[in-house]
Design a protein around this ligand. Structure first.
Ligand SMILES: NC(=O)c1ccc[n+]([C@@H]2O[C@H](COP(=O)([O-])OP(=O)(O)OC[C@H]3O[C@@H](n4cnc5c(N)ncnc54)[C@H](OP(=O)(O)O)[C@@H]3O)[C@@H](O)[C@H]2O)c1
Length: 249
């Protein structure tokens, strides 16, 4: 059994799933726009260790992270996460490229982000090495010079005055034919997506650790009180002591 061996615990128990089993279990529905989010949290709800999500993950989480990206038309990542996690040009691995080409898809998903400040470097690999032209969603109040600089390397789309309207963002992606939307956070963008009522599913890895400290949770920036999301369990995967949960919202 490899480190990244993954069993299906529920609904139909099965051992050591292969990639095609995992892809089938987590497939996007056909013929509709679907937005899902992928997060990891510790048992006490921390979304980061030492300021990054990567510290919480193990080989199984990284395997599922990559497989969840594989069938996506677009990967949506908030500007804060792009900056903190040091994303570069969004590229999937060779196995994913082969899978995507066989499915008639472009080799890599498009990267989309959302930012008020547009504090994103147009000379960074995120843009210069992007295999598909990224999309930057922003607001009318964003600085003009940064908007112009980014427009040379990305589609810059205004979807609000001072706050991006994430329903408009989702609708714009769908209008571009990007119906399989995979969001990799972060917590503020996830909060805004939930508040806009546009999240269809959550893939949450529960890391078997207790972090304490003052790390944030996977949802930030929304008003106190429950969000309008009744989560329904779709599947439970297990790798060692870690659980990988799939909820429909
Ligand atoms: N546990 C996990 O799975 C996971 C996943 C992802 C990230 N993280 C962690 O989360 C931390 C980053 O958190 P974060 O909440 O700052 O990241 P984030 O949600 O990716 O980014 C926040 C930024 O997105 C922009 N934004 C958010 N809502 C907006 C709206 N309605 N309109 C316009 N722009 C909007 C703003 O960008 P500007 O500041 O540019 O205006 C805002 O500062 C990092 O430590 C990262 O490691 C954890």
């Amino acid at each position: 059994m490899s480190d990244a061996s993954i069993d299906l615990v529920w609904p139909d128990p099965a051992s050591d799933l292969d990639d095609s089993d995992l892809l089938a279990l987590t497939a996007f529905p056909v013929a509709r726009t679907w937005l899902r989010a992928n997060f990891i949290a510790s048992l006490d709800g921390a979304a980061t260790r030492d300021g990054l999500s990567g510290g919480l993950g193990d080989a199984a989480d990284r395997r599922v992270f990559a497989l969840l990206r594989r069938p996506a038309d677009v990967v949506l990542v908030g500007a804060g996460t792009l900056r903190d996690e040091g994303y570069d040009g969004l590229r999937v691995d060779d196995a994913s490229i082969g899978w995507r080409m066989a499915a008639g898809m472009p080799p890599h998903p498009t990267l989309a982000t959302v930012s008020r400040s547009l504090h994103l470097d147009p000379a960074s690999p995120l843009f210069t090495e992007a295999p598909a032209r990224p999309i930057v969603y922003t607001v009318a109040s964003a600085p003009h010079d940064r908007r112009e600089a980014l427009a040379a390397v990305a589609d810059v789309v205004t979807v609000g005055e001072t706050d991006a309207d994430l329903r408009r963002l989702r609708d714009d992606l769908a209008a571009r034919g990007l119906h399989r939307i995979h969001a990799e956070g972060g917590p503020h963008v996830f909060g805004a997506l939930l508040a806009a009522g546009v999240v269809d599913a959550l893939h949450l890895t529960l890391a078997p650790s207790l972090e304490a400290g003052d790390a944030g949770r996977i949802v930030r920036g929304t008003a106190a009180g429950p969000l309008p999301a009744d989560a329904r369990l779709a599947s439970v995967l297990r790798s060692g002591d870690e659980l990988l949960l799939h909820y429909l919202l």
